[in-house]
Design a protein. Structure first.
Length: 128
């Protein structure tokens, strides 16, 4: 059975990669971000993602970095480093969700450099 997540009612698309995707690099860049409104409320987020690895990776971990509702800076791994050739998405690491503190930023970043291999990544941040 395959599970494909969907944005819950009340969520709006806040940020996304281009249709061409983001090519992983030998660096740790920010891929996309969402500035959470500074309105004193809790804000939910959902991340949808898919990755195509064409040459086995060395490095290349992807993560979400945000400030949780308790004020701590947190990170959630979206994709492990060192994936083998293939498509990763629905049913694997294709979805994360949580709560973020008002007035902070949710950042999807390449957490470790891709020192070998080749991969392209697509993602969307949906939020309340």
């Amino acid at each position: 059975m395959s599970f494909y997540p969907f944005a819950a009612p009340g969520f709006t698309l806040r940020s996304q990669t281009t249709v061409a995707g983001f090519t992983l690099v030998n660096a740790t860049p920010t891929i996309i971000t969402w500035a959470v409104p500074n309105d004193g409320l809790l804000h939910g987020y959902q991340i949808f993602a898919q990755q195509s690895v064409t040459v086995n990776e060395v490095g290349g971990e992807l993560a979400i970095v945000f400030t949780s509702v308790d004020g701590n800076v947190e990170s959630q791994q979206l994709s492990a480093a060192g994936l083998t050739a293939g498509v990763y998405g629905p049913g694997s690491f294709s979805w994360l969700s949580g709560l973020a503190k008002a007035g902070t930023t949710i950042t999807l970043e390449q957490f470790t450099a891709l020192t070998g291999g080749a991969a392209t990544f697509w993602a969307q941040i949906w939020g309340t």
